[in-house]
Design a binder for this molecule. Structure first.
Ligand code: FAD
Ligand code: UDP
Length: 388
């Protein structure tokens, strides 16, 4: 019998935010995670050979314009003044991203100002109207025209999603801004930075509360451990942040996910690529990008004779692969609706986070939606919270 007021399944940012807020209000919270470390996909660790902080599940850059989230995260960590910038290699030449005046002028060997560049791309983009674009390809062409779309978006997207861009939703590409200035900051948000002493220190501080117990290597669906599904649902309130289809035993079919394979390599040089992330736009390079982690923390005194790089490959998730990005085909969206109906009638359980809602959530979005859940939904599950 679990002796806690609340069971949180999953110790990613969503689960830890719910746990921390509930514990701060006097509740006893048990957090379980099937992995042998806390923190979900934001977890990072020091590479033993180089001493460089490596983000095990892919590079994580924190950015937000949500003041409430920014105030909240600053309780647990300070942030460096890191600003993310990305470059891409196309046919042996390096261009700045996101598409900006520098990219346009380098690509067309021109010296356009903002208005001329805008006019050029508008002319190249008039095949499709941005507001009625039905898929990623139409949206991409309507935003930047066919030549830039084919150079920087089409093959990269096909590598990343293994789905024809005409079958992907237009929103995927809307994440990337297009700028008619030379500003090549990747994110538009008000606040940006990396945790001064690393992600894991930040995540551990969130869990470091006398009201919180964390049990690692503990799977909710393992009947052999105390805090399993059949022993807890209906007995203790549960916030579940694992995959929603797994919770219902895939009764409505499997939701499709993309997974990533990361190939790390330590090199006997101080600097491999001179920048944190280099994308590879062309189909003849199998990986989508290379991360070089030392560049995320130029303020740190890392050794200068070795560096660690990580090549990122993308493919459909199968079996036990880690689910990373929801693919979101029309069939997925149908299935998701069916799962949503099931979650609504599952009493005593709230579903949240990236996996629990089948939504791509940035860290600040996961934290923001967890804060909203604590305000708006948790009091129904835990009457002792109401009126706080
Ligand atoms: P997760 O971090 O996935 O945590 C869910 C946890 O639940 C996991 O620890 C898992 O082990 C656990 N769990 C699942 N099933 C069970 C079970 N049966 N029993 C027990 N535990 C279970 N966001 C940004 O803001 N900036 C970025 O640059 C960025 N880069 C990203 C790069 C990649 C490759 C990926 C995949 C994501 C990136 N994100 C980024 C998103 C970020 O990782 C998420 O916002 C964050 O992880 C969401 O937290 P979560 O708690 O919802 O999910
Ligand atoms: N994208 C692209 N070329 C690039 C970078 C991104 O076509 O060089 C597209 C691609 O479809 C990708 C989407 O833009 O899925 C969002 O890119 P982002 O870098 O935000 O993706 P993430 O870092 O989440 O993988």
């Amino acid at each position: 019998m679990v002796s806690a007021d609340l069971l949180v399944v999953g110790s990613g940012f969503f689960g830890l935010t719910v746990a921390e807020r509930a514990a701060e209000r006097g509740l006893k919270v048990l957090v379980i995670d099937r992995r042998d470390h806390l923190g979900g996909n934001a977890y990072s660790e020091t590479d033993p050979e180089t001493g460089i902080e490596v983000h095990r599940y892919g590079a994580h850059l924190f950015h937000t314009s949500n003041e409430r989230v920014w105030e909240y995260v600053n309780r647990f960590t300070d942030f460096t003044d890191y600003e993310h910038r990305v470059y891409t290699t196309h046919r042996g030449e390096v261009f700045p991203l996101p598409i900006n005046l520098g990219t346009v002028n380098q690509f067309f060997r021109s010296a356009h100002g903002p208005d001329a560049a805008r006019a050029l791309l508008a002319e190249q983009a008039d095949e499709f109207d941005s507001s009625t674009a039905r898929n990623l390809e139409e949206k991409g062409i309507s935003l930047i025209g066919r030549p830039l779309y084919e150079a920087f978006i089409r093959d990269y997207t096909a590598k990343q999603w293994q789905t024809d861009p005409t079958e992907l939703p237009p929103e995927v590409i809307s994440r990337l801004p297009v700028r008619y200035t030379y500003d090549n900051r990747y994110f538009n948000d008000t606040h940006e930075g990396l945790p001064v002493d690393g992600y894991t220190a930040w995540l551990e501080r969130m869990a470091d509360h006398p009201g919180i117990e964390v049990r690692l290597s503990t799977d909710f669906f393992d009947e052999g451990q105390e805090a399993n599904k059949s022993a807890t649902v209906g007995v203790v309130p549960v916030v579940y942040t694992g995959p929603v289809d797994r919770y219902f035993d895939y009764a409505e079919g499997r939701l499709s996910w993309r997974t990533l394979d990361f190939e790390s390599e330590v090199l006997p040089i101080g600097d491999f690529q001179g920048t944190p992330v280099m994308n590879y736009a062309d189909s003849d390079t199998a990986y989508t990008r290379i991360h070089e982690f030392r560049h995320f923390h130029p303020e740190r005194d890392y050794r200068s004779d070795k560096t660690i790089i990580m090549r990122e490959f993308s493919r459909f998730a199968e079996g036990d692969d880690e689910p990373y990005y929801p693919v979101n085909t029309p069939e997925d969206r149908e299935r998701l609706l069916a799962y949503r109906r099931r979650t609504e009638s599952e009493s005593g359980v709230l579903f949240g986070g990236r996996l629990g809602t089948y939504q791509y959530l940035d860290m600040h979005m996961a934290i923001g939606s967890a804060l909203s859940m604590v305000d708006n939904q948790l009091p129904d599950l835990l009457p002792s919270l109401a009126g706080d």
